[in-house]
Every structure is written in structure tokens, then in C-alpha cells.
Design a protein around this ligand. Structure first.
Ligand SMILES: *Cc1c(COP(=O)(O)O)cnc(C)c1O
Length: 471
């Protein structure tokens, strides 16, 4: 029996505690559709996490169970804020296994890289990236974007990894609806966010490709070096999908690296409603997307894919001698994650992704995305049918932006107050966004637990609160 300093003094007691906590976790998941969506953290609980670091340990079971109602609320079917996945019980079991193995998947020859490569191969299949593609499991699209754009930068400027970016004239392009992580990546990579041209959108919130082409021409004429274009498959505001085939054509003609932010939208390649608009993903040089959004893997889990394994590897494979791989033994193995990304030590995130995809299969995962798109269309119909509600944007995918109409000079303040009340009463959690200066109640549906009745409840609550506030 293992008797390390930090192992349980009494394994039977520990085992009983583990079973109690597993039951508490299962109860939480089994009743995910009950009660309030968001619960503000009580002051007593905040205080419990504002203590001095303990010299002597104490029992944590009570606090571990007390915190459970005070998450973001995204496991609940009426969580519609921003873009959050709802998670699934399957991931919990894989996380228990991964934690007990305590695997470091930075490199070496063990089951970790074997599972990760399986996950990556499935992803390259789904995304149409082909046999020779390369990829890495990461924590989310933000870091995936940094990794992808570093490879793009390195391919554009010979020796940049060593010499730095000084005196270069790199210019990138993305749309006004692109996620802020693209701009941040330009900053972090030293290219500078001012070198990212923000191309305006058409009224479907998609990048305007004639402006893109003109801007590239202007920049070339000015002696600058256009090097990459970032398209979006599922933009956060309204779910817009750029004309990815059109961008691919321009990128090919202009010899630009084509990166796609497909954080949640790329996985809709599994959906019968969306797949025809996502064919251009297969033409990208790199793709960033998340498992923790529309695929419902528990946080956090994302992915970056590359067409060209060589290019990907070149940007990160600079191992020191103490990390050299060997032809035999544990220091062998032909896939070391450290050669493909900035992290050395990293957990076994691929296991929960593998378990989730293997357990459900792509048919069920795609059907779940289809149902969300159907719900967004259902909500759009209800909004159109209610004289007191007004749609503020098209509904191309799974996001609805609308507002309550009233005879008031400050419609934005009124709708913001409606959203505050929905959240604070625990009824539902939409978020808000500004579209052409108008504040929209924004309902994102990346939630396999949401039903039509949840949409009805939301619409009724918006009208009820709106009527009262504007009376
Ligand atoms: C969520 C999101 C991101 C950021 O992804 P993280 O996984 O949160 O880092 C980027 N782009 C889009 C379109 C998103 O929805």
C-alpha cells in the first residue's frame, strides 16, 4: 500500500470520501436543468477563499461540495451567454483517469502521445486537412491562434525566430467581426496589432472581399509585406461565416497564409445545415478551434491544425540536449508535443476529448449541433411573431440578436436592464452586444441541453420584464 508523505493516511476513509464526491458530481450533472442558471457567490463563500495559506492542512470536502452551485452556469439549458459549451458527464470519468495517471504529455514514449495523435487524426479528418496534416491539443482557440500565427510569421520572414521582427513590414488581414484573440496574437508575436488590417463587413457581417483585395493592393504598392489573412468560421457577435472559399482564392493568388478562427463554427462541419458553408476550411493553412464549445467537451480543450507538418514543426522544434529523444526507452517516441507548441509540461487533455468523441460518435455530435441551429431558427420565428420584439441581425447559425421595443429614448439602457434582470433572477443568461450602436439581447445556443420550452420561457420573460420596465 502506497504510503508516500502526501498519500492518504487511511485509504478506506479516502475511498469513501472519493465515492461521496463522485456522487455529488453525478447529482450536479443529473440535475443540470434544475434551479437557477447563475448563482452569485455568497460573501461567506468568498471569505472562505480569502484565508492565509495554512501551515497545517484541513479537511476540504465540505468546501469542495459547497462551491458546486457557483460556477458560470453554462451546464444549465438556459445559459445563452457569449459562446460556452455545456459539457458532458463522459468527460468527468476520463478526467478522473487522467488525474490518477498524472501523465505529462510534453514528450517521450507513453500512452499520452498515442491518444493525442488519435484525436488529431480524427480532427484532420473532420476538417478535411488530409493525411499529412499536423496538429496539437491546446487549452483553447486563443493559444491556438498564437501558435498558428507564429508559424505563419516564421514562414513569411526567414530567420525571424532568431533575428526578431525589427525592420520587417508584415501586414495581416481580418474582418471587423474577428475575435479579439487575433489582434492579441499580433501583439504577443511582436508583429504589432496596428499591422493587422481590419476589413469591414457586408450586412451579413462577413468580410468584404473586394475591400480585402484593394487593401492588399494598396499595402503592396506602399512597399509593405502582406503575409496572412484570418477568416472566421462562426463569429462571436452573430455567428457569421466569412466567404472562406473566396478568401482561399485571394490567399492563393496573393501567396498569403490562410488561417481560420473556427472556435465554435468549425465543428459545424458535422452539421447538415452548416457543412456546405464550411467547405473552405479544408483550404486553410491553419485552423484554430475548440472542443469545449460546440462539441461539448468539458473545459478546457482546443486544437490547432496545420496542413504542413514541416512548417509547424520548424517553428517549435529547438529542443535542448537534456530533452533529446533517443531511439529506445522512455526518451524515444516520434511525437513530442514540445516540438509543436510552446509548452513543455502539460496534462493529458487529449484523453477526455478522445473519450467524449469515442463515446458519442460524430453522428450524435453533429445531430446535437443541428438541434441547436433548429432552436436558433425557432427563436427567430418567435421574435418575428412578437410585435414587441425586433430582430437586429440575421441568424446564419446559432446566435440570435434581438431587442425589446418600447417608446423610450434609451432602448439600449432598457434592453441592458432586461438582461441584468434575467441573469439576476436566475431565469436565463443571455449576454449583450452592440450592433451598429444598438444594444442587442444576444442568445447563443451551443448547449445540448436546451429545449424549445427554454426558448419559450426566455421570450416570455423578456416580454414580461420589458413590459414592466417600460410601463
Ligand atoms: C471563444 C472564441 C475564441 C477564443 O477561444 P478560447 O477557447 O476562449 O480561447 C476565439 N474566436 C471565437 C470566434 C470564439 O468564439
Amino acid at each position: 500500500m502506497s504510503q508516500g508523505d502526501l498519500d492518504p493516511k487511511d485509504w478506506d476513509t479516502f475511498r469513501a470520501q472519493a465515492h461521496r464526491l463522485l456522487d455529488a458530481s453525478l447529482d450536479k450533472m443529473q440535475t443540470a436543468d434544475e434551479g437557477r442558471v447563475w448563482n452569485p457567490v455568497p460573501d461567506t463563500l468568498r471569505e472562505a477563499f480569502n484565508r492565509e495559506i495554512p501551515k497545517a492542512g484541513y479537511d476540504t470536502e465540505s468546501l469542495l461540495t459547497q462551491i458546486m452551485p457557483y460556477g458560470v452556469g453554462n451546464t444549465h439549458p438556459r445559459f445563452f451567454g457569449w459562446v460556452h459549451g455545456a459539457g458532458a458527464p463522459s468527460g468527468v470519468l476520463a478526467e478522473i483517469i487522467a488525474a490518477s495517471m498524472n501523465v505529462n504529455t510534453g514528450g517521450r514514449d507513453h500512452i499520452g502521445p498515442v491518444v493525442e495523435r488519435q484525436v488529431i487524426r480524427w480532427c484532420t479528418d473532420i476538417m478535411g486537412f488530409g493525411e499529412s496534416a499536423s496538429g496539437l491539443v491546446v487549452s483553447g482557440t486563443s493559444i491556438a491562434t498564437i501558435i498558428a500565427l507564429k508559424v505563419a510569421r516564421d514562414q513569411a520572414l526567414e530567420g525571424v525566430a532568431k533575428a526578431g521582427i525589427a525592420n520587417s513590414h508584415l501586414i495581416g488581414y481580418t474582418s471587423a467581426q474577428a475575435h479579439s484573440c487575433v489582434k492579441r496574437a499580433f501583439d504577443i508575436l511582436g508583429i504589432g496589432s496596428a499591422q493587422l488590417r481590419v476589413i469591414p463587413c457586408n450586412h451579413d457581417f462577413e468580410m468584404d472581399l473586394s475591400t480585402l483585395q484593394q487593401q492588399i493592393n494598396t499595402d503592396r504598392a506602399d512597399g509593405l509585406q502582406p503575409f496572412c489573412v484570418v477568416g472566421t468560421a462562426g463569429a462571436v457577435n452573430v455567428g457569421a461565416i466569412d466567404d472562406l472559399e473566396g478568401i482561399a482564392d485571394i490567399a492563393a493568388a496573393e501567396h498569403l497564409w490562410f488561417h481560420i478562427d473556427g472556435a465554435f463554427g468549425a465543428t459545424a462541419r458535422l452539421s447538415k445545415y452548416a457543412k456546405d458553408r464550411l467547405t473552405g476550411i479544408a483550404r486553410a493553412d491553419s485552423l484554430a478551434f475548440d472542443f469545449h464549445k460546440w462539441l461539448q467537451v468539458n473545459y478546457s480543450a482546443g486544437c490547432v491544425l496545420f496542413k504542413d507538418e514541416q512548417a509547424h514543426r520548424q517553428s517549435f522544434s529547438d529542443r535542448a540536449e537534456y530533452l533529446n529523444s533517443k531511439s529506445r526507452g522512455l526518451a524515444g517516441g516520434d511525437f513530442w508535443a514540445v516540438d509543436y507548441g510552446p509548452e513543455l509540461s502539460r496534462g493529458f487533455h487529449a484523453l477526455k476529448i478522445w473519450a467524449h468523441v469515442a463515446e458519442h460518435g460524430t453522428d450524435a455530435l453533429g445531430a446535437s449541433i443541428d438541434r441547436n441551429i433548429e432552436l436558433a431558427r425557432y427563436l427567430a420565428k418567435r421574435v418575428d411573431a412578437e410585435p414587441k420584439l425586433e430582430s437586429l441581425a440575421p441568424v446564419p447559425l446559432n446566435i440570435n440578436c434581438f431587442r425589446y421595443r418600447a417608446d423610450t429614448t434609451d432602448m439600449n439602457a432598457l434592453n441592458e436592464e432586461i438582461v441584468f434582470e434575467l441573469q439576476e433572477t436566475g431565469v436565463a443568461v443571455p449576454s449583450t452586444t452592440l450592433l451598429h450602436g444598438e444594444l442587442a439581447i444576444r442568445v447563443n445556443i451551443t448547449n445540448h441541453r436546451t429545449q424549445e420550452s427554454d426558448m419559450d420561457l426566455l421570450v416570455d420573460a423578456v416580454i414580461r420584464i420589458g413590459d414592466r420596465l417600460s410601463a
